[in-house]
Design a protein around this ligand. Structure first.
Ligand SMILES: Cc1cc2nc3c(=O)[nH]c(=O)nc-3n(C[C@H](O)[C@H](O)[C@H](O)COP(=O)(O)O)c2cc1C
Length: 366
């Protein structure tokens, strides 16, 4: 016998059910497309590629580098023997990054990642920063060994979830510290509970400073992608799902964001994230000029790839080094006598998150 529903039952069921099914279908469709796009970006390098196709492969891997707000503020040019990476001013974030320190760190990270990818083709990359042109020229010459970190390039991600709280092992500590051997960038590994708490308090305070600035909040909102569809359309910015937040239509996200982006909840979230992490890492640039920041970006790329290779997740906590007064407090806390406190990360064991997108290579070429 068939089930009979009265009109009184059908109408509320439709009112609740139709939007729920529609919302479900919307999320399912977009989630699949988003995951597919992320996976396609991270296919292994085509080692048979030659000429312009090889250059495109190198650029694809370079763009998988960490970069501020996922703005991808870079332009690539050249061929498979010399590649130039220049900034893309249309993609700068002038409020959070007025001196473009983050932008230069991101260029350095892309250059280092490109060099690691080039090693898979039997090429040695020699990046030289041109301060006048504000660009990196990378010559690619035959020779050198394949860098085993190339596999980690496609696996690395910023993971903003809660970690499992386990401490680092001695071999992990050694491998991480080894990254700055021979570099002018200084790495501080902070595992001591008191120092971690002091840094956490500076992050929370700096985050509150930033939230008090309407220009900062507006700039951040411009780079937030609340739905898979919005993330896919632009293939840049910060997608909610990558941070473990619910996805929702972009317009709705714009309305909900100011309601949920509150100091108390942000502070609680950051405290829990830092408390769950095995260690914080502070990278200190040797000086306060673009060439020093580019160098720091190179170390950042390598450090995050070594961490990935060790099975360690990482995420950024740069608020404390972005706000000048808080950066000075970080320097005092860490006893720095020179250089610039440049990048603050946390490390630990965690479950992977959805991968962030990148724009197609063709859109980054000049
Ligand atoms: C210079 C720089 C600064 C960054 N600052 C932050 C930050 O303050 N908070 C954060 O959550 N992620 C930060 N990130 C991480 C980027 O948002 C991330 O690399 C980008 O969204 C791409 O995602 P992926 O690293 O998972 O590929 C920063 C990255 C770089 C290179």
């Amino acid at each position: 016998m068939g089930m009979h529903l009265s009109r009184r039952a059908v109408i509320p069921a439709l009112v609740v059910g139709v939007p729920a099914v529609a919302a479900g279908a919307w999320m399912l469709r977009d989630t699949a497309g988003f995951a597919k796009a992320g996976a396609a970006l991270r296919l292994p390098l085509d080692l048979m590629a030659q000429g312009p196709t090889r250059m495109a492969e190198l650029v694809r891997f370079a763009t998988l580098a960490p970069n501020n707000h996922n703005t991808q503020a870079w332009r690539f040019s050249g061929d498979d023997s010399q590649i130039t990476i220049a900034p893309d001013p249309a993609r700068f974030t002038p409020v959070v990054d007025p001196d473009r320190h983050h932008s230069f760190v991101s260029l350095g990270a892309a250059a280092e990642t490109l060099g690691i990818a080039a090693s898979a083709y039997g090429l040695t990359a020699r990046p030289v920063f041109d301060p006048a042109g504000e660009r990196l020229r990378i010559s690619l010459a035959p020779g050198g060994l394949a860098d085993p970190l190339v596999t980690a390039v496609a696996q690395r991600q910023s993971n903003r979830s809660i970690y499992d709280g386990a401490p680092l092992t001695a071999p992990e500590q050694d491998a991480l510290k080894q990254v700055t051997a021979g570099s002018e960038v200084v790495l501080h590994l902070v595992e001591d509970a008191t120092a971690k708490t002091a840094l956490r308090d500076l992050v929370v305070a700096a985050n509150a400073d930033q939230m008090d600035d309407p220009a900062f909040v507006a700039e951040l909102r411009d780079w937030l992608r609340f739905s898979e569809a919005a993330a896919l359309a632009r293939a840049d910015g910060l997608f909610s799902g990558c941070s473990g937040n619910p996805s929702m239509p972009q317009r709705l996200g714009g309305v909900v964001f100011p309601l949920v982006y509150r100091k108390a909840s942000e502070a609680a979230k950051y405290s829990a994230q830092i408390d769950s992490s095995a260690a914080l890492v502070l990278l200190v640039s040797a000086g306060d000029a673009p060439q020093h920041w580019v160098e720091t970006g190179r170390v950042l790329a390598r450090l995050t790839l070594v961490a990935t290779d060790l099975g360690l997740a990482h995420a950024h906590f740069n608020q404390a080094v972005e706000v000048p007064e808080r950066r000075a407090a970080v320097a005092a806390l860490m006893g720095l006598t020179s250089g610039r406190a440049s990048i603050l990360l946390r490390l630990g064991l965690a479950t992977p998150m959805p991968f962030a997108l990148r724009r197609p290579v063709a859109q980054t070429l000049t």
